[in-house]
Design a protein around this ligand. Structure first.
Ligand SMILES: Nc1ncnc2c1ncn2[C@@H]1O[C@H](COP(=O)(O)OP(=O)(O)OP(=O)(O)O)[C@@H](O)[C@H]1O
Ligand code: SF4
Ligand SMILES: [Mg+2]
Length: 406
C-alpha cells in the first residue's frame, strides 16, 4: 500500500499557476514512486522470474532551496530514488512532479529540457570522471551536450566554474589523476553546476573522501546553495554525514521511507525503531553523555529486496517489536507513514511506544519523557507507554538478537 507523505502534487501545467503558487510549491514531489528491476532467468529464452523492489511506493517533497537528506543502509534504494527522480530510470509506478510539471513519462526533447535543470554528483569522483578527458573537457561536456555556448564563451564559463568550486582556473588542461580526491570532487561539482541546475542529487558525495576533506566539500556545497539557490537531495548511508547539511531527513529501509522529519527533530526525537538504531551509531560530542550511550546493533541479514518481509519490512530486525512481545500486526499489516507531529511522519504501528524508551533517550542524549533531569542516557526507566525499557537497557544482548553494545 502506498501513502502520500505530502499533499497531492500541484497542477501539471507550470504555466497554469500564478507566480505566488509557483514560488510556494515544492520543486520536487514524488508520490508512490516505485522502481522494480526485473530478474530474468534462462539463456536462450529469458523469463521474468521476479523483481528487485529497489523502491516501493516512496512519497516525498523537496521545497525550493531546501536540502533533504536521504539515509539508510546499503541497498535500501537511496540511489535508485535519486536516479529515478532524475529520470535516469523509467519508474515502474508512481508520479514525479518537477516544478509543477509531471515528468513521470516525459521523453525526448521534453526530458532533455528538464534534465538540464537536474544534475547529479557521484560518490566516487575518480570513477565518475573520464580519465582521458581534461578537467575543462569534463566540465564543458554538459554544455556541449545541451548546445550551450561555444568557443571563447564556453572556455570562460569553464574557468568561472573552476574558480567557483575553489580550483585554479588554469588547471583546466589537467587530467583527473593529476588532482587530489577532494579536487576531483570539486570538478564533479563544477560539472554539475555547468547548466545552472535547480536540483542537485548528491549521491554520497563525500563517502569516498578523507575525513579531513569531507568538511571542505560540505562547506562548498552549502556555500553554492546560498549563492545559487540550489535544492539538494543529499544521499548518505550514515546519519552523522547529513546532520548539518540537511533541513529535513528521510530515513529509508528496504525500498520504503520509514521516517521523515526536520533534521533537528530526528536527532532529538527519532520515532521509528530503525532510525533509533541508525542514530545510536552517531557519536555525540559530549564525553559525559557519550560514555553512557549504548549502540543498538541490528543483527540478522538485511532481507532481500526481491523478497521483502510481509507487513512491516523491518519486523525481522526490530528491537521494539521484540520488546512488545512480537505482535502479529507487524507481520500482517504494512504500516503507513502517519503524522506524529507537524511535519514528522513515521511508518510504525507502535511509534508512540518509542517515545521515551531507554533506547531513544540514550541515542539522543536528552532526557526522555518523564525522565528526571540529568538522567539522559543513564539507563533509567523509560517514560510512559514503554514496555520493559529499563530492563532492556541493562541487558547486554536481548533475546531476539538485537544487541545493546557499549
Ligand atoms: N540497475 C539495476 N539493476 C538491477 N538491480 C539494481 C539496479 N540498481 C540497483 N539495483 C538493486 O536495487 C537495490 C537498491 O539499490 P541502490 O543502489 O538504490 O541502493 P543504495 O541504498 O543506493 O545502496 P548503497 O548505499 O550501497 O549505494 C539493490 O538491491 C540493488 O542491487
Ligand atoms: S511496525 Fe512493528 S516491526 Fe515495524 S517498526 Fe514498528 S514495532 Fe517494529
Ligand atoms: Mg547508492
Amino acid at each position: 500500500m502506498t501513502f502520500s507523505a505530502t499533499p497531492e502534487a500541484g497542477p501539471v501545467n507550470p504555466q497554469a499557476t500564478t507566480p505566488a503558487e509557483a514560488a510556494s510549491r515544492p520543486l520536487v514531489q514524488i508520490d508512490g514512486l516505485t522502481m522494480y528491476f526485473p530478474i530474468t532467468s534462462g539463456i536462450l529464452v529469458s523469463r521474468h522470474v521476479g523483481d528487485v523492489r529497489a523502491v516501493d511506493g516512496v512519497s516525498l517533497s523537496i521545497r525550493k532551496g531546501e536540502t533533504v537528506g536521504l539515509v539508510g543502509e546499503s541497498g535500501c534504494g537511496k540511489s535508485t530514488v535519486g536516479r529515478t527522480i532524475l529520470r535516469l530510470y523509467r519508474p515502474t509506478a508512481g508520479r514525479i512532479v518537477f516544478d509543477g510539471q509531471d515528468i513521470t513519462r516525459v521523453e525526448g526533447s521534453s526530458l532533455r529540457a528538464v534534465r538540464r535543470r537536474m544534475q547529479m554528483i557521484f560518490q566516487d569522483p575518480y570513477a565518475s570522471l573520464n580519465p582521458r578527458m581534461t578537467a575543462a573537457g569534463i566540465i564543458s561536456e554538459p554544455l556541449e551536450i545541451h548546445g550551450v555556448s561555444s568557443g571563447r564563451e564556453r572556455r570562460d564559463r569553464v574557468r568561472d566554474l573552476l574558480a567557483t568550486v575553489g580550483l585554479d582556473p588554469d588547471y583546466g588542461d589537467r587530467y583527473p589523476h593529476e588532482f587530489s580526491g577532494g579536487q576531483r570532487q570539486r570538478i564533479g561539482v563544477a560539472r554539475a553546476l555547468a547548466l545552472h541546475p535547480d536540483l542537485i542529487v548528491a549521491d554520497e558525495p563525500i563517502s569516498a573522501l578523507d575525513v579531513s576533506i569531507q568538511a571542505q566539500i560540505i562547506n562548498l556545497l552549502e556555500h553554492l546553495q546560498d549563492e545559487f539557490g540550489l535544492t539538494y537531495l543529499f544521499i548518505a548511508h550514515d546519519l552523522s554525514v547529513v546532520r548539518h547539511i540537511s533541513d529535513r531527513i528521510a530515513v529509508m529501509y528496504l525500498g520504503k521511507i520509514v521516517e521523515v522529519t526536520g533534521s533537528r527533530d530526528l536527532y532529538e526525537r527519532p520515532l521509528h525503531p530503525y532510525s533509533v538504531a541508525l542514530l545510536s551509531a552517531v557519536p555525540i560530542p559530549d564525553p559525559a553523555v557519550e560514555t553512557r550511550r549504548r549502540r543498538i546493533i541490528l543483527t540478522g541479514d538485511v532481507p532481500s529486496p526481491s523478497n521483502p518481509p510481509s507487513g512491516c519490512r523491518f519486523h525481522t530486525r526490530c528491537w521494539l517489536r521484540e520488546r512488545l512481545g512480537n505482535p502479529e500486526r507487524c507481520v500482517e499489516e504494512e504500516p503507513v507513514l502517519r503524522e506524529m507531529a507537524t511535519g514528522h511522519q513515521v511508518a510504525c504501528h507502535f511509534a508512540e511506544e518509542v517515545d521515551g524508551t531507554v533506547e531513544q533517550v540514550q541515542v539522543t542524549g536528552r532526557p526522555g519523557k518523564g525522565a528526571p533531569a540529568g538522567s539522559a542516557g543513564g539507563g533509567g526507566p523509560a517514560g510512559a507507554g514503554t514496555v520493559a525499557g529499563g530492563a532492556a537497557a541493562s541487558t547486554a544482548t536481548s533475546p531476539a538478537g538485537t544487541s545493546l553494545a557499549r
